[in-house]
Design a protein around this ligand. Sequence first.
Ligand code: SF4
Length: 458
Amino acid sequence: MENQHPTPAMERAPKVSFVSLGCPKALVDSERIITRLRAEGYELARSHAGADLAVVNTCGFLDSAQAESLAAIGKALASNGKVIVTGCMGAEPEKITSRYPQVLAVTGAQQYESVVEAVHRVLPPRHDPFLDLLPPEGIKLTPRHYAYLKISEGCNSRCSFCIIPKLRGELRSRSAADVLREAERLVTAGVKEILVISQDTSAYGSDLKYAASSWKGREVRARFLDLARALGELGVWVRLHYVYPYPHVDEVIPLMADGKVLPYLDIPFQHAAPTVLRRMRRPAAQEKILRRIARWREICPDLTIRSTFIVGFPGESEADFRLLLDWLEEAELDRVGCFRYEPVAGARANELTSPVPEAVKEERWHRLMRHQQAISARRLKRKIGSRQAVIIDKVATGKRSQASVGMMAAKGRTRGDAPEIDGTVHVTSRRPPRLGEIATVRIDRADEYDLHGTVIGF
Ligand code: SF4
């Protein structure tokens, strides 16, 4: 709400409300925009109604995500009236402006400068060199102890169901030194876990021809392995997301076995049937992948593998789907997410014949989830009796655990669980654990998705 009577000396800071939709990559974009706005003296409002201007960072990956983004824009317009839209949907501004002509500006993903300029036009910054200071690590939207670190933008692959390369362009990697400087700032600010993200993490640096850059008096190449090794030297947990299964991924497994980076790989395999993978325009050698997974586990027995799959892709036959279930049985992945195929406007897959009926997609989705649930539960059970390092994400305030009198309850994650998407460890402890602290926990039992244990040391 506008302040009608500002006194010149105490004029209040302009307030912006912010909605961030979509994946962790979009969250990183939001963090950058907010960091920049905060540096210029803007304040964040908790609600659209309490702001002078609303910014909506949209996701355009699937039609359902676009619908969610349009709904969020409508909501911001209804409760504030002044709205700027950015993010993936900004690649097709007419989709937004045809529905909401009153939107003040639309900018695309990664166009931080354009969003900030648009904010300046609508709501000029107040200049206050003392209040404009911000913490050197920037403003984070994640809890203090973990942070996403984006190492590149865009993607050179051309998966037929995906329009990310159209929305975000070709692969553009940051130099290794630039990434490492940001990582070090985060660690100095108290971050205990770095989640490395990009559209395609294992392709990192190929656009730079793996050029080296100078970091702490030595040269570090912009290569997946070299960057992972250097990040591993920072002394915090380093987790690798969105790794495309290129052969050179094998090189990073020994680093995991040595405890340099977390023994965790997030590889979206998407399917196992060669015919479906070919239609998806993805590598179709899942037999070889099975052998590689077995080898990875020989080298690093603690390795946790998370993946995502798409069921009901055009042309997926019952035989293809069964092959996928058999593959999952053999691969024994730890965590699996599954999507029902959904056409995305502009994707090449829309030209494919033999769509799978919605009812069949639904049925396959349930079958896959049931099938995988048993596999994940089996793998989780193997952890009973083991000792696990657990990072504490949530501390129960003032609550004693019901499990045993005098114990405190908290929630955390093992090295095999990423925040938001994987499981949780419910822990009890004699002394209250602190947020971001890494405790040694004895695992007492497991349920379908989560573990339960007792802290035996800090
Ligand atoms: S690897 Fe494939 S699915 Fe991932 S962003 Fe690139 S084109 Fe899209």
